[in-house]
Write a protein that binds this ligand. Structure first.
Ligand code: SAH
Length: 352
């Protein structure tokens, strides 16, 4: 089978898929994400989304969509941070696009907005109002196919079973994707993701019809430059991707160029990729950190002395923005129908 089929089965199989069977997040799980590291992430994302609502002219009704909400932490923090913005919460119709029954349950406990509604796919989202969407670490789990530059051109990397019943990679002897191997070094890899592009196209098409803004945050880069980025993570450690299907998180770096191009094709404006560190600094993470450290704005620090609190918040901020942590590996892309750039972006980052 191709790598995409393997990823789909390992992640989403109805009985034994990784996301079907567990909550993978947090210290006790397999990996940790930005909203789980710090409340500041969801709060600032909420502020960026609220700005996009204002840019739309503060409509009386707006569909706020999160794709792959995990434990619901980002949305809970975003809603709390924006509760004092007049009219915003009353305007929101909340939609959570989530395939995992385990995580839907957790999201239900955390996200208390009265209009919340779950969806299996973006296709069932309503089309009668503008859309604001956010997706953090969703695109990286959507499946990719891999093609290896070998001899006469690109050959698809497939997964087979050897004589000892072990899974292993094999190259399809047929040459595929003619014409796309120009300039590629022997052994380098082309990763393509029809699933990611289709999702981006669907979202951008909705924006074009309904108006709105969306933010996509994930690890990756504009181009992946021939690297094999398929990875499996279990209990915060890298493991071999084929060793424990359904028991490790499988993902790959997001190539943002095809997503930005897909958005432009649908006629919406695209911005980025900007590093997560730069984006968070521009939308005010330092100010937010100082404010929480001073004990204001619903910090809810749960005791502890001021110095301890400040040190904890500083540590969280560093994890999100520092170059040697998540700050440059993670990127932010925005798509919008608004005339000006979304929160954190400038005209310089406009994709054309
Ligand atoms: N955004 C969260 C969780 C990231 S993990 C955070 O930042 O903490 C990936 C999330 O996407 C999980 O909630 C997972 O169940 C969900 N997911 C995986 N495949 C999906 C798909 N095809 N459609 C919608 N959600 C999916």
């Amino acid at each position: 089978m191709d790598v995409a089929t393997f990823m789909t089965l390992a992640m989403a199989h109805r009985h034994s898929g990784y996301y079907t069977t567990r909550d993978p997040l947090g210290r006790a799980g397999d990996f940790i994400t930005a909203p789980e590291i710090s409340q500041m992430f969801g709060e600032l994302a909420g502020a960026a989304i609220a700005q996009a609502w204002i840019d739309l002219g503060a409509p009386a009704s707006v569909h706020l969509v999160e794709l792959g909400p995990g434990r619901g932490t980002l949305m809970a923090d975003a809603l709390r941070a924006t509760r004092n913005l007049a009219g915003f919460h009353a305007a929101i119709r909340l939609h959570l696009v989530e395939t995992s029954p385990v995580l839907r349950e957790l999201q239900g406990e955390r996200i208390r907005h009265p209009s919340r509604h779950w969806h299996e796919h973006v296709e069932s989202l309503p089309d009668d109002a503008p859309i604001l969407f956010i997706a953090n670490e969703l695109f990286d789990v959507l499946p990719v196919r891999q093609f290896v530059m070998a001899g006469d051109g690109l050959h698809e990397r497939r997964i087979g079973v050897d004589d000892d019943d072990r899974l292993g990679f094999v190259l399809d002897p047929r040459c595929s994707r003619p014409g796309e191997s120009d300039g590629m070094a022997e052994g380098s890899i082309l990763e393509v993701s029809p699933a990611r592009e289709a999702l981006m196209t669907g979202l951008a098409r909705r924006l074009a019809h309904q108006r709105g803004t969306g933010f996509i945050i994930d690890y990756g880069d504009l181009d992946l430059d021939g690297a094999d980025t398929l990875q499996a993570v279990r209990a915060h450690r890298r493991v071999a991707p084929l060793d424990t299907p359904g028991k490790a998180d499988l993902s790959s770096h997001v190539a943002f160029r095809p997503l930005l191009d897909a958005a432009r094709r649908e006629g919406v404006m695209a911005f980025g990729p900007l590093t997560q560190g730069e984006w968070l600094r521009r939308i005010g993470i330092e100010t937010r950190m100082q404010r929480l450290a001073a004990g204001g704005a619903g910090g809810g620090a749960g005791g502890g002395d001021d110095d301890g609190l400040r040190a904890r918040l500083l540590g969280e901020m560093q994890r999100l923005v520092a170059d040697d942590q998540m700050g440059t590996l993670f990127k932010v892309v925005a798509v919008t129908t608004h005339a000006g750039p979304p929160a954190g972006f400038s005209g310089k980052e406009r994709w054309s």
